[in-house]
Ligand binder design. Structure first.
Ligand code: PLP
Length: 377
């Protein structure tokens, strides 16, 4: 299998898997148990919190471990709905992940302000009217296109205007520098996007934030439920490793692939041609055939790629992200999201190019065959 869908999920780093197995075998007690061995597990949990807080440069008391970014994003909007008055307006971008959009719609309905995008598809900082907002939520990097938003400037502008800023950094963390993320008042992350296990994540939130889940004193009473200590330790191990790997720049591999693809198939288009984007993500419009047909043809050759986000798979209609970027439906319907990882080599990219060209030949000959069959009937 050649995996080009790292924005959906990533393979576990072997070192994270070792930590996960070790903790499950030797530190499997409940971290809230009061006997001494339970306290030892609790100490490991707190060590993970300190290490994560250190990487993000935040106070450890702001870190809440949870089940991932969907939970983190929902918790933020539930909290805002609880603390804001009925007249409060919240701003979000139309390209957010559904766990932000749906939570925001659920809690704020007509009190949502949809932020304008610039011509590349990133949030247009100059068009944000901070005075009409009580809070703002903007993702760091888009999961479908890889486009980067000006989250750092937005965080600073929110602070200057005295309103809280939430950033869903699920796709940023583990790929890009963590510098500055700590200045976001609320920050969502999830382990399985950076070589950690699925179902484990974190929310950084002000200490004053009331609980998301109730019914237990875990996470200082802010998120009830027994902590997944093995998953949390595997997550922090994976993040530390991803941070080390980040010194190797892999942007060139993606760019070289795009140049060769465009030369071989001039009818292809790049949905984020010039704007800054994640080094691993390429959102491309392929010629003639719909995304599901390309995906099946590539899968037959051992390549795993998505059209858009994994959580929108099975949804009919074009991607809300590409629609918000005003991409014509016919182009959006032929888009593939190609997302690489740390283990993706030059050879993998070259083989992908060959597989796309072979798939194109196959799809065209199938199309010719079916049209001549129709004629012969
Ligand atoms: N936010 C973004 C930007 C994502 O890409 C994803 C996953 O695709 C999520 C949130 C949801 O993450 P999780 O799978 O941890 O719930």
């Amino acid at each position: 299998m050649r995996f080009f869908d790292h924005n959906a999920t990533t393979p576990l780093f072997p070192v994270a898997r070792d930590v996960w197995l070790d903790v499950n075998e030797s530190h499997w007690l409940n971290p809230s148990s009061s006997y001494r061995s339970g306290a030892a597990v609790h100490a490991r949990l707190e060590d993970a919190r300190r290490r994560l807080a250190g990487l993000l440069e935040v106070d450890p008391d702001r870190v809440i471990f949870n089940s991932g970014a969907t939970e983190g994003n929902n918790t933020v909007f539930a909290h805002w709905a609880h603390v804001f008055t009925q007249n409060a307006f919240v701003g979000i971008s139309p390209t957010e992940h559904p766990s932000v959009i749906e939570a925001a719609k659920f809690y704020f309905r007509e009190r949502l302000v949809w932020l304008a995008l610039d011509r590349h598809g990133a949030v247009d900082l100059s068009a944000v009217n901070f005075e009409e907002l009580s809070a703002l939520s903007v993702m760091a990097a888009n999961n479908e296109t890889g486009l980067l938003n000006p989250w750092s400037e937005l965080a600073e502008a929110c602070r200057a205007n005295g309103i809280p800023f939430h950033c869903d950094a699920s796709q940023w963390i583990g790929k890009m520098s963590l510098n500055g993320l700590g200045k976001c008042d609320f920050l969502t992350g999830c382990a399985h996007k950076f070589g950690g296990p699925k179902g484990t994540g974190f929310l950084v939130a002000p200490e004053s934030m009331s609980g998301g889940l109730r019914g237990g004193a875990q996470e200082h009473g802010r998120r009830a439920g027994t902590e997944d200590v093995a998953g949390i330790l595997a997550m922090i191990t994976a993040l530390e490793l991803a941070e080390e790997k980040r010194i190797v720049c892999m942007e060139d591999l993606k760019q070289a692939f795009w140049t060769k693809l465009k030369q071989a198939l001039p009818d292809t288009a790049n949905n984020a041609p010039v704007a800054p984007s994640l080094w691993n993500t390429l959102s491309v419009v392929l010629p003639e055939f719909t995304s599901p047909r390309w995906i099946r043809a590539l899968e037959k050759r051992g390549f795993y790629i998505s059209a858009g986000s994994a959580c929108s798979t099975g949804k009919s209609g074009p991607s809300h992200v590409l629609a918000a970027m005003q991409l014509e439906p016919s182009r959006a319907g032929r888009t593939l999201r190609i997302s690489s990882g740390w283990e993706t080599s030059q050879q993998d990219w070259d083989d992908l190019l060959a597989a796309i060209l072979e798939s194109y030949d196959m799809l065209r000959s199938e199309a010719k065959g079916s049209s001549s069959q129709v004629i012969s009937i």
